[in-house]
Design a protein around this ligand. Structure first.
Ligand SMILES: [Zn+2]
Length: 224
């Protein structure tokens, strides 16, 4: 069996700095800023090569992306879909001034992103893929922050995290306190920022992407 391609720091940097990514991020930000609803998009990664694919922007409602389906951009075919997995899923929360706090729906999605099913010659294979979830906000100066979260294991206690995050709902909370709670609960987490200069978004802290690198691991043949 071919081995899965490692998701290196360099590969993640290429994606997060690519114009296809930053342009889509900007479109989502503008939609959310204007309409006050969540918007998001997915990057799918081919399991056996460096190729990655952008999916269409989807629109949620004012407090979740519930019910949103992945729709594909460009010349998609089943083979590209079946041989790839969700590497990055970014969505914007509409409350631009507030600290980014993952909802229970987000935490469930992050947990489910730990594994994915890849098809090869119509056979399903289960891989540990550790999808990266990005929850984003745009502020008044039109800069964009993205809280990145990645599961370190399949099971963690969503109720416990939710309760710990909930303590901060009615207070002035800080991003670093949220990141600390997530890290203490077996999640990888950090905040990256895009600064807007001359209408172009530039990633400020690409070194933070290093801790999100991983190698997809083959788990089992699956009948899912
Ligand atoms: Zn969310």
């Amino acid at each position: 069996m071919e081995s899965a391609i490692k998701i290196s720091h360099e590969h993640l940097t290429n994606i997060f700095k690519s114009s296809i990514f930053t342009d889509t991020l900007e479109k989502c930000a503008n939609n959310t800023y204007k309409d006050g609803v969540e918007t998001g998009f997915e990057i799918r990664q081919d399991i056996y090569s460096d190729n990655f694919f952008l999916c269409k922007i989807s629109k949620g409602n004012c407090d979740s992306m519930a019910g949103c389906q992945t729709k594909f951009l460009g010349n998609w075919n089943d083979k590209m879909f079946l041989g790839s997995y969700t590497l990055i899923y970014v969505h914007f929360h509409p409350y631009s001034k507030e600290t980014i706090i993952p909802s229970d729906f987000d935490l469930l999605g992050i947990r489910d992103g730990f594994n994915d099913i890849i098809y090869k010659e119509e056979k399903p294979y289960k891989y540990e893929t550790r999808s990266i979830d990005g929850i984003a906000r745009i502020n008044e100066r039109k800069n964009i922050d993205v809280l990145l979260i990645q599961p370190k294991q399949r099971d963690y206690f969503i109720d416990k995290i939710s309760m710990e995050l909930g303590r901060y709902f009615d207070t002035q909370k800080r991003d670093r306190e949220i990141i600390k709670i997530l890290k203490n609960n077996n999640l990888n987490a950090d905040l990256i920022s895009y600064k807007r200069k001359n209408s172009i978004y530039t990633l400020e802290n690409e070194n933070k992407l290093k801790k999100f690198s991983f190698s997809p691991k083959f788990k089992e043949f699956s009948d899912q």
